[in-house]
Design a protein around this ligand. Structure first.
Ligand SMILES: CC(C)(COP(=O)(O)OP(=O)(O)OC[C@H]1O[C@@H](n2cnc3c(N)ncnc32)[C@H](O)[C@@H]1OP(=O)(O)O)[C@@H](O)C(=O)NCCC(=O)NCCS
Length: 143
């Protein structure tokens, strides 16, 4: 049984950021701290936790001018292809929808494009990565 929670409520925020770092920065040689940007305090954070309250997935959304950006999606490799990424994405999309915003964009690593396409996102154009040298594409979805 999994649950999707706000990691800022309670004591798991550091574990949430640690998993973000482990999945998205450490493999690229990033130091701890490189997983952060200047939107953390105004963002909505979500974690998937298992029955023991261990975090198995992370994701974040923040808002700009009439659109939302999803960032830092990651699911532990041991739990991939079990639908958890999709559940997390849906939860973030619901936050966006409830804010009265209907357009979401994200910059996807090339390896995650199929995941986002499966979830209704369209590939728009190649963009520069914000970290490392993995090829990224801007993707968008209208809710
Ligand atoms: C991308 C990621 C978040 C997907 O999470 P997930 O929990 O494995 O995704 P789901 O199980 O919900 O997958 C839903 C569908 O997306 C597609 N998909 C997911 N991962 C895929 C992959 N590696 N290759 C091709 N299609 C994929 C499939 O169609 C899948 O459905 P299926 O398993 O029934 O075929 C996860 O693989 C991950 O954390 N990757 C490493 C970090 C990363 O690249 N994050 C994205 C940064 S932009």
């Amino acid at each position: 049984m999994i649950r999707i929670v706000d990691p800022k409520k309670g004591t798991m925020y550091d574990d949430y950021l640690h998993l973000r770092w482990l999945l998205l920065r450490e493999p690229l040689g990033g130091e701890r701290g490189s997983e952060l940007d200047d939107m953390e305090s105004v963002s909505y954070h979500r974690a998937i936790v298992d029955k023991d309250n261990d975090i198995i997935g992370v994701g974040r959304v923040h808002f700009g001018d009439s659109l939302a950006q999803i960032r830092y999606m990651g699911v532990k490799h041991s739990h991939s292809r079990m639908g958890y990424g999709t559940k997390l994405l849906y939860t973030l999309e619901k936050i966006v929808y409830n804010h009265g915003i209907n357009k979401i964009f994200l910059n996807s690593r090339i390896n995650a494009i199929s995941f986002y396409q499966k979830n209704g996102y369209s590939k728009i154009k190649r963009v520069e990565p914000s970290f490392g040298d993995i090829i990224h594409y801007r993707m968008e979805k209208i809710l």
